[in-house]
Design a protein around this ligand. Structure first.
Ligand code: CP
Ligand code: NVA
Length: 309
């Protein structure tokens, strides 16, 4: 059983390579209009307890392009939202579906879905992790830079789900990663330790700092995300104050390599975590990242489902 819940637990170094290569191959087939119904007859359930544009559309279209079908299951409409347990939901859906993608708040709920169900579970974002995004990001970096190993990614802002997954993904890929956050909003030490364990094997170097300039210094990739993630809307005013020194603007970007690219998982809030003259400039690859969600997710679906009966 192959789940895709987080990079450290579910993806080996070889599997990461294979996922990236499969995504690049499927992207070429899609662009050339070569049919690839590898998952004909398979059904994916997509449970959403939070909003989504990219994740929802790319999984649904991706499953269609692979010859299978996807069902959108808003937690407002299914019994999970009215208190049916994760355990019973997992046991019921296991009898009807081949795979579940879930976007929700508690990371433990996703782990429990995998524990009680008997089909592959894909993490479409939790409060702790956003691994499908990180895979699309690695593919985008490889496309723009030609390789991953030894490159430096600097993440600046909130030590959130996107930051945690980038830490894990870069460590697995042998990329160096520096993360600059206020000390009150750093990535949990648990995820830093997991990344350090993988970094020992791949040669990745990890820097955790409060200083955005130290993080961005000589970086090949500069990455940021919203200061206010889904579920934190009532803290927005306070967060704008806390993170104001972590905005990616021309001055901060000037510390990166001259050919550095700018990345953001989107949705972006211009004037907050990034200025318009960066996100809308030629160094920005944010829409390539968004497009690559489609190809990354198709690779994940094939990885989780192609060998399932
Ligand atoms: N980046 C991302 O996951 O976008 P959505 O919230 O639109 O799915
Ligand atoms: N950190 C953001 C990512 C959105 C794709 C959030 O959780 O809202």
């Amino acid at each position: 059983m192959k789940h895709f819940i987080d990079f450290h637990t579910d993806v080996t170094i070889d599997e990461l390579d294979a996922l990236i290569n499969t995504a690049i191959d499927l992207k070429a087939k899609t662009k050339a209009s070569v049919p690839h119904p590898i998952l004909s007859g398979k059904s994916l359930g997509m449970i959403f307890s939070k909003s989504s544009t990219r994740t929802r559309v790319s999984f649904e279209v991706g499953m269609y392009q692979l010859g299978g079908q996807a069902l959108f299951l808003s937690s407002d409409d299914i019994q999970l939202g009215r208190g049916e347990s994760i355990e019973d939901t997992a046991k019921v859906l296991t009898r009807m579906l081949d795979c579940i993608m879930i976007r929700t708040f508690s990371h433990q709920d996703i782990v429990d879905l995998a524990r009680y169900g008997d089909i592959p579970i894909i993490n479409g974002l939790s409060d702790d992790q956003h691994p499908t995004q990180a895979l699309a990001d690695l593919i985008t970096i490889k496309e723009h830079k030609g390789s991953l190993k030894g490159l430096k990614l600097a993440y600046v802002g909130d030590g959130n789900n996107v930051a945690n997954s980038l830490l894990q993904a870069c460590a697995k890929a042998g990329m160096h990663i520096s993360v600059a956050t206020p000390s009150t909003h750093a990535c949990p030490q648990f995820y830093v330790d997991q990344a350090l364990a993988d970094a020992k094997i791949t040669g990745s170097e990890i820097l955790i700092t409060e200083d955005p300039v130290a993080a961005v210094n000589d970086a090949d990739v500069v990455y940021t995300d919203t200061w206010t993630s889904m579920g934190q809307e009532d803290q927005k005013a306070e967060r704008v104050k806390i993170f104001s020194a972590y905005r990616v603007d021309k001055t901060l970007m000037s510390h990166a390599k001259p050919d550095a690219i700018f990345m953001h998982c989107l949705p972006a809030y211009r004037g907050y975590e990034v200025t318009e003259d960066i996100i809308d400039s030629p160094c920005s690859v944010v829409f390539d990242e968004a497009e690559n969600r489609l190809h990354a997710h198709k690779a994940i679906l094939v990885h989780c489902l192609a060998n399932e009966q």
